[in-house]
Design a protein around this ligand. Structure first.
Ligand SMILES: Cc1cc2nc3c(=O)[nH]c(=O)nc-3n(C[C@H](O)[C@H](O)[C@H](O)COP(=O)(O)OP(=O)(O)OC[C@H]3O[C@@H](n4cnc5c(N)ncnc54)[C@H](O)[C@@H]3O)c2cc1C
Length: 493
């Protein structure tokens, strides 16, 4: 099939009968549902973008020479990383980074998985069949140009006992049976962003299993969205049916998130990548190339969103001629976050790490800190926008008010911007900012930034546990050098 058009994507989405619930309604057509169609159209735009920007977003499939999205590229050099950067940036600019899980996210993930034979196949090829299934899936993904969602995390039921699977055997996803050509699974997983818009759901490890968890919990596979017994509960919609002027983001870019329930779902063995092998399950993600591979995609998205946030905040200030020292200070602060992310990407791409089999990712040391820091920076940026925006975020005219011949002259007189800025231009920028930080979608997006690569607190702890080797050696060596010098001085004095 090569590269789908937006129209083909929407037609494919129309033709599946999936069990998607929004409130108490079972959705019959994602494409036509008033609260879901904006997101479907945004993903259709993503597909069309590949046709408009084919030069930087489309490459040849190395196996059959057909066109495929550049986000499927398996980087083998610095130049590959830099080429992929341009494609990922264009995808991010579609929603200015507000949609975190456009299909390029999962394309890059699976390109990296299929490259990582070393971990997925495991020691002495113990998971050879699972790895082969994974590679077949990645081939299908790029050839059919699918949109994926993913569910990695076991839901929280009881914080005190969740780590002990013996006390919580039902909810964490696990195998409940087998046939000669399939496995049967039950349980739940959070939180499938893009669920209503995806062609396929994928399950792979988020965290290692607790020590007491039986092998039945060590599972990784894919399944079609219409698999019998599979249920997605969408969160309350953050989509707005207002005009693009009134709700520039939420009228189109709510990517949705679904709680995923597997109620005796049959998974063909050919779609299973890990079947009860705890060793593989616990090691394919930890300390693996997955992190620096996917961090390139997520950091590029975050960079676009931070650059946009800076531009939007600057225009908010210009709209009311705010040149105060406080405004300069806060604008400068956002710029620093922009430049930190840009620098990490430049350094990460310029000094790639070469993994087993010559596979290449950004330098983990350059890019890994962003995993915990970007969420904090976004929370801070949202706070800055609220401080500088204050009541102006709410005191803005709507499209209908601006179109009213009765109200328009009054608005132009009593709600203009500074200098020559019209009421319409002032309202456009403050409405944009409110939809970015304060609307229902704005609130969801902040929660997304906090959690989309795991909780911030966990990410700091993970760095300390897993990635601090070189820094510990260097840091301790400096302390010892200083103490030795101090001790020598003490003797001389
Ligand atoms: C908008 C949104 C979209 C998402 N999209 C997806 C998706 O598409 N696919 C997917 O698989 N997941 C997705 N997630 C889930 C996301 O991966 C999790 O929210 C994240 O990993 C945190 O897990 P949790 O929500 O269970 O919170 P918890 O793990 O309960 O964390 C809550 C708090 O407890 C702390 N904490 C947790 N465990 C420990 C511990 N062992 N020791 C000390 N402190 C701890 C955390 O630091 C955090 O502060 C999404 C989440 C959100 C909010």
């Amino acid at each position: 099939m090569a590269i789908r058009t937006g129209k083909q994507y929407l037609n494919d989405l129309k033709s599946t009968d999936r069990e998607i619930w929004l409130g108490s309604e079972r959705v019959t057509s994602v494409v036509e549902h008033p609260q879901l169609q904006g997101g479907a159209n945004a993903i259709a735009d993503y597909y069309d973008l590949h046709h408009r920007e084919a030069g930087s977003m489309v490459i040849q499939d190395p196996e059959n020479g057909e066109a495929m999205a550049a986000s499927h590229l398996q980087p083998r050099s610095r130049e590959d990383l830099q080429f992929r950067h341009q494609a990922l940036r264009q995808a991010a600019e579609l929603s200015m980074g507000v949609m975190g899980r456009t299909p390029d996210y999962m394309n890059a993930t699976f390109a990296g998985f299929a490259q990582d034979k070393y971990r997925w196949q495991g020691p002495e090829g113990r998971n050879e069949a699972g790895y082969e299934n994974l590679c077949n899936f990645q081939r299908r993904l790029r050839r059919e140009d699918l949109a994926l969602t993913h569910t990695l995390i076991q839901p929280t039921i009881n914080k005190a006992t969740d780590g002990n699977f013996a006390d919580n055997p039902i909810v964490p996803l696990h195998k409940v049976g087998e046939t000669s050509d399939s496995i049967i699974v039950s349980g739940a997983r959070i939180l499938a962003t893009l669920a209503p818009y995806a062609d396929v759901n994928t399950v792979y490890p988020g965290m290692p299993l607790p020590p007491d968890a039986p092998d039945e919990y060590a599972l990784s596979f894919s399944h079609s969205m219409d698999a019998p017994g599979l249920i997605f509960l969408c969160r309350d919609s953050a989509a707005s049916q207002a005009s693009a002027f009134d709700a520039p983001f939420s009228s189109r870019y709510d990517e949705q998130d679904g709680y995923c329930i597997f109620n005796n779902v049959e998974i063909p063995r050919s779609d299973v990548w890990i079947n009860g092998n705890r060793e593989i399950y616990n090691h394919v993600m930890m300390m693996s190339p997955w992190w620096p591979n996917i961090m390139q995609q997520t950091s590029i998205r975050a960079l676009v969103k931070l650059e946009f946030a800076y531009g939007m905040t600057l225009m908010m200030c210009e709209a009311v001629n705010d040149t105060s020292e406080r405004a300069m200070e806060l604008l400068g602060e956002i710029q620093h976050y922009v430049e930190m992310v840009r620098n990490a990407l430049v350094a990460g791409e310029a000094n790639p790490q070469v993994w087993e089999d010559g596979n290449v990712t950004c330098d983990p040391r350059a890019i890994h800190p962003l995993r915990a820091l970007i969420p904090q920076w976004f929370i801070r940026v949202n706070d800055i926008i609220k401080e500088l925006g204050s009541s102006k975020l709410l005191a803005s005219a709507s499209r209908a008010q601006l179109d009213s011949s009765e109200l328009k002259p009054i608005l132009d007189k009593y709600l203009p911007g500074a200098e020559d800025i019209s009421c319409e231009d002032r309202s456009a920028v403050f409405r944009l900012a409110w939809d970015f930080v304060g609307s229902s979608l704005g609130g969801r997006n902040e929660l997304y930034e906090r959690n989309y690569l795991g909780a911030t607190r966990m990410n700091h702890m993970m760095s300390q546990r897993l990635h601090s080797g070189n820094n510990q050696l260097r840091g301790k060596a400096l302390v010892e050098k200083f103490l030795a010098a101090a001790s020598a001085r003490g003797v001389q004095q």
